[in-house]
Design a protein around this ligand. Structure first.
Ligand SMILES: Nc1ncnc2c1ncn2[C@@H]1O[C@H](COP(=O)(O)OP(=O)(O)OP(=O)(O)O)[C@@H](O)[C@H]1O
Length: 351
């Protein structure tokens, strides 16, 4: 498994005929940071007149395209550059070099126009008024974004129904549970029909049912409205359940950009199929199914889902001999990703 810091681009979802919603061309971002002051009174006086500073590179050489309607999981260890990237995509920060185009405009240059086509939900930070029910804040947003009354009504109905918010639509936000607040925040970010939704840790702190509901909502929203979703998270279940594409950033560089299945095959070692035959002990001979264990009637095959589908693999292994039992083991995304982070960290420390 050689990953290093080279972008491995094998993204297969880009369909040429679809609209490129996000284009990132050779983007870097550095922050200016004050250099720690030297000790002594002379240095203290000097620093009053000229404060020395350094540049901290947060991300460098980012290149990627995201097509309309894609659900992209954006992951990386702490300090990798996720927030910096999302802040540049959403127009909060300006790249130090390179160019970003989202939905046809440069987000940091045209922030007002940009705000009309993006929705943002950043963790626990809320854009709702604490003392008002969401109903009132939504009306305020309707005026702010100049949302057509018919569109507003349709979107509110859509959101209240899909996010099951009828029971607390008129309750002041401060009285809502964490999961209810997250649903209200999501709805608020989507009232104006944004083409892109940026989400940062949308399921953090929620219970299993609430997490499942949010994930289901995102998939339904995407299917219904073709909203492009960029999801930043440390919860790998968010990625597995919602996203088709995975972008991994480490130390300011994209180190993987591709399908989830391809990632699993490449780095997770493939899918394992454990079978127990009824009285036969000869494993199947097929180049796509690698035999990794064989004792008596039990055979474990390993295969790459991009070479052969699960259905085909099961039908092959059961064609000639009857099966007593069959078990499937997928590579664990969380473990694989943890291994990659650790390996890269070690490589950096050795440099
Ligand atoms: N305002 C800032 N000034 C100086 N350095 C910064 C600033 N913001 C971020 N950085 C640095 O840039 C790098 C990338 O930070 P960023 O917040 O983008 O990472 P992240 O992947 O979002 O991390 P996390 O998962 O912890 O939120 C880090 O080394 C961080 O210390």
């Amino acid at each position: 498994m050689e990953l290093g810091h080279q972008a491995i681009s094998q993204h297969r979802f880009i369909k040429k005929e679809l609209y490129p919603m996000i284009e990132v061309h050779d983007v870097s971002k550095s922050y200016r940071v004050n250099r720690p002051r030297r000790e002594g009174w002379l240095a203290a006086v000097q620093s009053l007149y000229a404060r020395a500073y350094d540049w901290k590179t947060a991300v460098s050489g980012l290149n990627f395209h995201i097509t309309e309607g894609e659900l992209v999981g954006f992951i990386g260890p702490n300090g990798a550059g996720k927030s910096t990237t999302v802040k540049m995509l959403s127009g909060v920060l300006t790249p130090t070099s390179g160019r970003i185009i989202t939905n046809g405009i440069e987000p940091s240059r045209d922030r007002k126009h940009n705000a009309m086509h993006i929705g943002v939900v950043f963790g626990q930070r809320s854009q709702l008024y604490w003392d008002l029910p969401m109903d009132d804040t939504f009306r305020l947003f309707q005026r702010m974004y100049r949302i057509d009354p018919a569109v507003f009504r349709r979107n509110v109905d859509f959101m209240v129904e899909l996010l099951e918010m009828k029971g607390f639509y008129r309750t002041p936000i401060r009285q809502l549970s964490l999961g209810q607040k997250m649903r209200a925040n999501l709805a608020a970010a989507l009232l104006h029909d944004p083409r892109i939704l940026y989400l940062d840790e949308p399921t953090i702190g929620l219970d299993v049912i609430a997490k499942t509901n949010i994930r289901r909502f995102l998939k339904e929203l995407n299917a219904e409205k073709k909203t492009t979703v960029i999801l930043t998270t440390h919860d790998m279940d968010d990625i597995e359940e919602v996203c088709e594409r995975l972008m991994m950033i480490d130390d300011g560089q994209i180190i993987y950009d591709g399908g989830l299945q391809a990632f699993n095959s490449q780095f997770g070692g493939g899918t394992m199929l454990e079978v127990e035959y009824k009285g036969c002990n000869a494993p199947l001979d097929d180049p796509r199914l690698q035999v990794v264990a064989h004792t008596g009637n039990n055979v474990t095959y390993q295969f790459d889902r991009t070479d052969i589908s699960l259905g085909e693999a099961v039908s092959l292994v059961s064609r000639r001999h009857e099966l007593r039992d069959l078990r499937l083991r997928e590579p664990e995304l969380e473990k694989t990703i943890g291994m990659i982070y650790t390996k890269n960290k070690r490589q950096r420390e050795l440099k």
